[in-house]
Write a protein that binds this ligand. Structure first.
Ligand code: NAD
Length: 359
């Protein structure tokens, strides 16, 4: 287990091998601390925003999902015509009862020209960071100006990252925490203590939303859940709905959606996976990239309810991997990974294998 690290004996790769940079979980944690958590969230949001700005350049498709009765394994590919990335990510809500994580991920960034991978990285921590950075970036465009109070419903693995990103990017410094499991709320409050928040643990969702200008739902349940009923959502709030992210898994009552202006990443994916599953296939939504480029309006009125129906899109992982690739130039927290055969004579793969035996 991660908290009692074991040393992995990796033999040195052969000299001259074409090596891929590999960021392990240990190295990702070193990178976060070297850069600083707040700074990294701000930087990630900047990279994600830059890629939303050039949205038409990306090759986009809804992610490929393998569902089972207990969870989902997804592949999330994209490319900007020069660089390609994919993420492998899981969603298994029952896992926490078995001492395992709901979400686990890794990803690859490749050169589209040669097809060779450049970087392979853990993405469990990086997904939490990029999801939080995306949420806060979207809220910077949509949340009421000067919002400082956020209800954080669902206090699991993603929750503290969400809180930190909203502090670093939007200035949120008052949190109202709620989880069906009070131990999760205790863990979240303890982790965030002394980090610049005024924290109020709450006993019900009703209590949590009181006075909140932003409501984040980040719960995990592989079934239709109703975390937010209509009566809990007052005029003018921004809802950051993270947890409804696969078919059959939603968090908001349909009536909340009908009162909200809904902003999404990539409609073909969100209509299948997001809160939008509950609405007609042609229900009007705004693609967030259009808000970033100025082609569509964000928040237009104080009383408007804005809803970010987040499911997580491949370009956000692309941005995150692109950021890590660049950050490694300053902070070389990676290991060389010998995963490309790359013989000196490209067509002599067999000869390379035989010469290795002779050595
Ligand atoms: P987690 O299992 O660590 O935490 C989920 C928490 O939700 C748990 O503490 C659980 O007790 C709580 N919960 C369940 N039902 C609840 C309810 N009715 N009311 C209040 N709390 C409830 O999971 P996690 O890693 O924090 O992920 C949370 C969700 O976010 C998952 O569904 C995951 O798939 C999703 N997710 C979305 C994105 C995205 O980009 N949109 C990215 C990562 C994770």
């Amino acid at each position: 287990m991660r908290d009692s690290p074991t040393v992995v004996d990796t033999p040195s790769p052969p000299e001259g091998a074409n090596l891929v940079r590999f960021v392990s979980v240990e190295n990702m944690m070193k990178l976060v601390h070297a850069i600083g958590l707040s700074q990294m969230l701000v930087d990630l949001a900047r990279y994600i925003e830059a890629d939303f700005k050039r949205w038409p350049e990306f090759d986009k498709q809804a992610r490929v999902a393998a569902h089972s009765p207990v969870g989902v394994i997804e592949l999330m590919p994209t490319s900007d015509g020069e660089t390609y990335s994919f993420k492998y990510v899981t969603g298994h809500p029952k896992n926490t009862r078995e001492g395992l994580q709901t979400v686990a991920a890794f990803g690859v960034l490749s050169d589209l020209n040669t097809g060779y991978p450049l970087l392979m990285s853990e993405m469990t921590i990086l997904t939490a960071l990029r999801t939080a950075a995306t949420s806060a970036l979207v809220a910077r465009y949509l949340a009421p100006k000067g919002a400082r109070t956020m209800a954080l419903i669902g206090n699991g693995a993603q929750s503290e990252f969400q809180a930190e990103a909203f502090k670093a990017i939007c200035g949120v410094d008052r949190l109202r925490l709620y989880d069906v499991d009070p131990q999760a709320t205790q863990k979240c409050a303890a982790n965030l203590a002394g980090r610049g928040f005024e924290i109020t643990p709450c006993a019900t969702p009703e209590e949590a939303v009181q006075g909140a200008e932003i409501i984040t739902t980040v719960t995990a349940d592989k079934q239709r859940a109703t975390i937010l009923t209509d009566n809990l959502v007052g005029a003018g709030v921004h809802i950051n709905a993270i947890g409804g992210d696969c078919p059959g898994k939603t968090e908001l009552h349909r009536d909340v959606l009908l009162r909200s202006d809904i902003f999404v990443e990539f409609p073909p994916q969100t209509r299948v996976e997001g809160e939008l599953q509950q609405l007609a296939p042609d229900h009007k939504v705004t693609e967030f990239w259009r808000v970033v480029t100025g082609a569509a309006a964000g928040r237009r009125a104080d009383s408007q309810i804005t809803l970010f129906d987040s499911v997580g899109f491949a370009t956000e992982d692309f941005s995150a991997l692109r950021y890590i690739r660049d950050a490694l130039e300053t902070y070389p927290h990676y290991a060389p990974l010998d995963m490309l055969a790359d013989p000196d004579q490209p067509r002599d793969l067999f000869g390379m294998l035989m010469r290795a035996q002779a050595r």
